[in-house]
Design a protein around this ligand. Structure first.
Ligand code: ASP
Ligand code: MG
Length: 428
């Protein structure tokens, strides 16, 4: 038996260092070499005086491989199951992060940074029982804080927590971003640095518009619109969480040094353009129901069955009615189109419509900016820029800080560049 230590460090009274959460995505931990490289970045922050909580993803491609094994094991030989026991899915897919957490702790120790790995249940990060897409209920930080006080930095397996019945629960694909932000909030971290394979958030996709510019700062509200509009830098949920808890999130590259993009409160952004970015979604589809009755309950009879079938509906437009009949148009992901039309045909008797027109070759382009709140004529400028290029607009929707249009997919590149130009997003 070893003697109990004479004194343990009391986390409550120990002087508290500033804290930092550093999250490394799949490509940043894709092999041991990359993990070593990431560990050096951690050491740099430790040397600056931070207590660091490192949150890791699985190695790139690993989670997909695990999901595939689950689908294989849950089906007859040679087949792939579409449904499986979500608890066991979680047991399998959470393992990817366990590997990288342990390896990162070892790599840190090897370069002289005292570190210990933590699985979700060990912290614990308490989640609800929605296996496969669990929500975070709370994080109990006492044990982590005790280790900080003893001089040990933490490496936390992202993407996972413990369910009320004590089983591992994962937070949905891309969920380690959400883990990282949640830890930053719970630990009162100064910042949450998200290391990824891009060096920040851009005014639009640089692959489509080479003059796209990296933003120094972007507000939570704008980032939320961009994230949900398909700029896949951060999981949308993580941005919601950051906004709610006012966590400053810095998106930066683990491959090159640079300041990244800070996602922060509007008040921290001194001056911004009216429009901050042009987002797009390439693979959209549009469905129009012709001649539906213009009476209460019709929209519910259309969108109820679609929701039940799991069709994610985006834009919705209803025309003015003539003779009590109207046309109803909505957009959805191109992948959902067949399910949408089949669902509507099956519900045809209950809804009552004359015809259904589907267009699978559309794309959505949006301009986003908090400056729109205080500036008139932004939508008009967008429409004029598209008109000048001869791009026809099929559907328009707006929110306080966004204008979206549906156009023919073949004009997507043209439209994005025209808007990037019109709102002078390339220039500083
Ligand atoms: N490894 C998980 C995924 O690929 C979680 C993450 O990387 O954020 O979805
Ligand atoms: Mg990710």
């Amino acid at each position: 038996m070893t003697a109990a230590p004479l004194a343990t460090v009391d986390a409550a009274t120990a002087p508290r260092k500033p804290r930092l959460v550093m999250k490394f995505g799949g490509t940043s931990v894709r092999d041991v070499d990359r993990i070593r490289h990431a560990a050096l970045k951690v050491r740099r922050e430790v040397e600056r005086g931070y207590d660091v909580a490192v949150v890791v993803s699985a190695m790139a491609g690993e989670t997909n491989k695990l999901v595939d094994w689950v689908r294989e094991a849950a089906a007859a030989p040679g087949e792939r199951a579409a449904f499986y026991d979500a608890r066991e899915y979680d047991a399998v897919v959470a393992s990817g992060e366990l590997v990288t957490a342990g390896l990162m702790a070892l790599a840190l120790q090897q370069i002289g940074v005292p570190a210990r790995s933590w699985q979700g249940w060990q912290v614990p990060l308490v989640a609800n029982a929605a296996h496969g897409a669990a929500r975070i209920e709370r994080i109990e930080t006492a044990a982590l804080e005790q280790k900080f006080a003893e001089g040990l930095h933490a490496v936390i397996a992202g993407f996972q927590g413990v369910s009320p019945e004590g089983r591992v629960a994962t937070l949905g694909r891309g969920g380690s971003d959400t883990s990282a932000v949640a830890f930053a909030a719970a630990l009162g971290a100064e910042r949450c640095d998200i290391y990824t394979d891009v060096d920040g958030v851009y005014t639009t996709d640089p692959r489509l518009e080479p003059r796209a510019r990296k933003l120094d700062r972007i507000s939570y509200e704008e980032m939320l619109e961009l994230a949900s509009l398909g700029a896949k830098v951060l999981q949308t949920r993580s941005v919601e969480l950051a906004m709610r808890h006012r966590v400053r999130v810095n998106v930066l590259s683990s491959f090159e040094d640079g300041p990244g993009t800070l996602v922060c409160a509007e008040e921290e952004i001194m001056e911004s353009k009216v429009v901050s970015g042009v987002a797009f979604q390439r693979d959209e589809a549009k469905v129009t129901l012709l001649g539906v009755a213009d009476r209460p309950g019709v929209a519910a009879s259309v969108f109820g069955p679609l929701a039940e079938a799991g069709v994610n509906v985006d834009m919705i437009v209803q025309n003015i009615s003539e003779d009590g009949l109207t046309d109803m148009t909505f957009s959805t992901a191109a992948d959902d189109l067949e399910r949408a039309t089949a669902t509507l045909e099956a519900a045809r008797a209950g809804i009552g419509f004359r015809g259904l027109v589907a267009d699978r070759d559309v794309a959505k382009v949006s301009i986003v900016g908090i400056g729109m709140r205080s500036h008139a004529g932004v939508a008009q400028k967008m429409f004029a820029a598209l008109a000048a290029e001869g791009v026809n607009i099929k559907v328009i929707t707006t929110s306080e800080i966004k204008v979206s249009v549906l156009i023919d997919r073949k004009y997507l590149e043209l439209a994005v560049r025209a808007l990037h130009d019109a709102f002078e997003l390339h220039a500083d």
